[in-house]
Structure formats: structure tokens, C-alpha cells
Design a protein. Structure first.
Ligand code: SF4
Length: 420
């Protein structure tokens, strides 16, 4: 099989791995003339699959042969798909060629499991090692690791890769047992724990010039919608992983129905907006001080698909608003819909020097329509503008309306009816 055919098969097979960010790693480049590549410059080439996933052009599987039979996976042993396998040298050559053409920012390499987890891991590591040692490649490398592989092999992977990851796949051990009986929840969790220890140890020993270990940390991926697991289950697992193993990212991947699927799987994909809402909620957990139980709980275990989770929380907690933009603590400002972390920091700095007015928000390009009902300033009180009523949700997410061909569409209803 020629290389371009292999590339077509194995790049396509890798598109279900939703992790192509290279943030958070150490800054390296080769502008000093030594080596090749950079983790900081441009040259990132992403493409979007028709179902909205962001895929890096050189996101590859080493092979899509696999001895496992995870029911949700298109590459499972019993799947009837064309198979291919790269050699280590082929992946190295492709990476260098693509990098030189500025198509990619680095390599994301995963693999189906061939022969044994150990053997597979050795092959994946060989690619990264060759890139680093023989080609002095300084670009970003993300390696998928296999939890059943030995501790030494996982340590070796972290030595050459910027980021390592182990897919937890499903939010609960019951789900995993049902859909991927050859995988083991506690083995995955244990391997993540060991990676975390290695990362911590490498940071502690950095001053002694010890070799780095996965400086961009570890990440994982969960499939959404393949089982009845709720958003509460998913976010609870994500929250636990962030706390216990200090993961850099949890990626959420909406389940895509696959050909010849098992009867255990749903026939239709979940709405992509569910994946989007989970990412938004995940952001709130990591950067905005929210706890999982504030966003979803046993009584309402699903995120509101109609509005983003921060707005949904604010609408449920109207009694906490409006907050005084000039006096509220930073933690409360972070909970105002429409204010991001950077904007909150700018506002906290600015209000030291002068009282903030609503016009200042407009000047900072903050959406008054979104923020107006939730803040007060010296010249703005949402009560005066009727923005404190109970119908805010309808204003932010009006029910869809089928327009007639012959009537003008109604102008967008403005939440803010007063003068600015
Ligand atoms: S081990 Fe990975 S590649 Fe193999 S069937 Fe399971 S999910 Fe697919």
C-alpha cells in the first residue's frame, strides 16, 4: 500500500481523537539554527470535519489494526474498515516533511493495539524518540499512551513527548465495562496517577536539570452520548480527574454512530451543542471557580442546551444579581454572564482609579445586552430598565420561530431598552 493511501486511512481514523491543542508546554524553538521546529510559532494547520471536529492535519494513528473490541470504536477488531499500518520511519518522514512545509505544528500520534500494549507503546515511543534524537525535532509531540503498558514505557513516552494522554473513554466504570470490556477503569486511573507523579517529580527536579517529563501535562477524552450517562456524571468525572490527577484538559467527543454498530449503542448522535455546553461548563470549573454541583446536580443532571451554563446558573440565581461592578469581589464578577477572566481582571484594575460606569463597559467592547441585567454601576441599575424580570431567559434564548417568506423578520429584541 502506498504512503498516501495509508495517510488517507490513518489520518481519517484519528479524527475521533479530539485533542489537538499545544498550549501549556515549554517554549522551544530552533531559531538558533540548531534543530528543527518550534512549539510557539505559527504553522498550525487545522481542518474541520463535517461534524464540526477540529483535527490537526498530522493527527495520525500508527495503525488502525486493533486487538481490542471497544464497541464505540470504528477501529475495533470486529469493524469492517480498511486497515493500514505505518512504519516508524514513515511517520517520522511525514512529520518532518509536513513540518517543513508549514502544514502542521507538530505530531499527535495514537494507535490501535497491535500484538500487545507493550509492543504498541514501544512503536509509538520509537517515533517520538527518533524525531527528537535523530532529527532534533523541537516541535510539539502528543502521544497517546496505553494504560496497560509498563511504568517504564510510560516514563519513556513522557520523556520525548510534550503531552501524554490516556483516554478514559466513558464517564463511569459501568459504562466502560459494558462497551469496552477489555479496558479497565482502575488501570486507566492508576496510570493517570503515575503520570501525575512523574510530572510533579520532573517539575521538582527541574532545577537539577533532570530530563523533562511531559511538560504540557496530561489530558484525556470522554465520549459523550454513547451511553445514558448524564452531564452530571461526565462533569463529576472530569472534576475528579482535574483535582486528583491535575489534568490539563478533558476533551469531550460527541459520539458518532459507526457502521455495523452494536445494538448497545444509540442510533443517532447526540446534538453537537451538548459537546459545546460541556466544554463551556468545563471552562467554568477550571477558570471561573464554579463547582460541578452548581452547574448540574441529581435534580437537573443535564446542562441547558438553550443557553450557556454560566447564563443558566445566573438565571437560576437571580437573587445574587445585580452585582455592583465597583465593589463586588473578583470571584463574584467572574460569575457575571458576559464577563471573561481577562475582562474581570481589567475591570478590577480599572476600578482602583475611577468609578466604573456602564459606558466604560461599552468602550471595553463588553456586550451590554448580556451584562446589563446582571451588574449595576453609578449610572446603571437594571431595575430601572426592567431588566430584572423573570423573563430574561426568553430574551436570551427566544423560542425558534418559523418565518414566512413574505414577512420581514422581526428586529432582534433588545434586552437593554434604556439609553446608554
Ligand atoms: S483500544 Fe482504542 S483503537 Fe482499539 S478498539 Fe479500543 S478504542 Fe479502538
Amino acid at each position: 500500500m502506498d504512503l498516501s493511501r495509508k495517510l488517507a486511512i490513518l489520518a481519517d481514523a484519528a479524527k475521533y481523537d479530539a485533542s489537538c491543542a499545544s498550549s501549556g508546554t515549554t517554549r522551544r524553538d530552533s531559531r538558533d539554527g540548531k534543530g528543527l521546529g518550534s512549539t510557539t510559532g505559527s504553522g498550525i494547520c487545522h481542518s474541520y470535519t463535517p461534524d464540526g471536529r477540529c483535527v490537526s492535519l498530522l493527527k495520525l494513528l500508527l495503525t488502525n489494526y486493533c486487538i481490542y473490541d471497544c464497541l464505540y470504536c470504528i477501529n475495533r477488531r470486529s469493524s469492517n474498515v480498511p486497515r493500514a499500518r505505518f512504519t516508524v520511519d514513515e511517520v517520522v518522514r511525514l512529520t518532518i516533511d509536513f513540518y517543513r512545509r508549514n502544514y502542521i505544528e507538530g505530531l499527535f500520534l495514537s494507535s490501535g493495539i497491535i500484538r500487545t500494549p507493550e509492543y504498541t507503546m514501544e512503536q509509538v515511543i520509537a517515533v517520538a524518540k527518533k524525531l527528537r534524537t535523530e532529527h532534533h525535532f523541537r516541535g510539539y509531540i502528543h502521544l497517546k499512551t496505553i494504560p496497560e503498558a509498563s511504568v517504564d514505557l510510560i516514563a519513556e513516552a513522557g520523556r520525548w513527548a510534550d503531552r501524554v494522554s490516556i483516554n478514559i473513554e466513558l464517564p463511569t466504570s459501568v459504562d466502560l465495562e459494558r462497551l469496552a470490556p477489555q479496558k479497565n477503569f482502575s488501570a486507566i486511573d492508576g496510570a493517570m496517577g503515575r503520570i501525575r507523579q512523574r510530572i510533579d517529580a520532573a517539575k521538582d527536579e527541574a532545577q537539577f536539570k533532570a530530563p523533562p517529563f511531559a511538560p504540557a501535562g496530561q489530558s484525556t477524552q470522554m465520549i459523550v452520548g454513547a451511553t445514558p450517562a448524564t452531564d452530571a456524571d461526565i462533569l463529576s468525572q472530569a472534576s475528579s480527574l482535574y483535582q486528583r490527577h491535575r489534568l490539563k484538559r478533558v476533551y469531550y467527543s460527541a459520539f458518532s454512530p459507526i457502521p455495523d454498530a452494536s445494538s448497545h449503542l444509540p442510533l443517532v448522535a447526540p446534538p453537537l451543542v451538548r459537546e459545546h455546553r460541556l466544554y463551556q461548563a468545563d471552562w467554568l470549573l477550571r477558570f471561573y471557580g464554579f463547582e460541578q454541583k452548581e452547574l448540574v446536580d441529581p435534580q437537573s443532571p443535564l446542562l441547558d442546551l438553550g443557553v450557556d451554563p454560566k447564563l443558566a446558573w445566573a438565571l437560576k440565581n437571580r437573587h445574587l444579581f445585580p452585582v455592583d461592578l465597583n465593589k463586588a469581589p473578583r470571584a463574584l464578577l467572574l460569575r457575571v454572564p458576559g464577563l471573561g477572566v481577562r475582562m474581570v481582571d481589567r475591570l478590577v484594575t480599572a476600578r482602583r482609579w475611577q468609578a466604573l460606569r456602564i459606558q466604560d463597559l461599552a468602550r471595553l467592547r463588553v456586550s451590554i445586552k448580556k451584562v446589563g441585567p446582571f451588574v449595576e454601576t453609578t449610572d446603571h441599575n437594571p431595575r430601572h430598565y426592567g431588566l430584572d424580570d423573570d423573563n430574561l431567559r426568553a430574551r436570551f434564548a427566544p423560542p425558534p420561530e418559523q418565518l414566512s417568506l413574505f414577512t420581514d423578520s422581526a428586529p432582534e429584541a433588545s434586552v437593554y431598552s434604556g439609553e446608554l
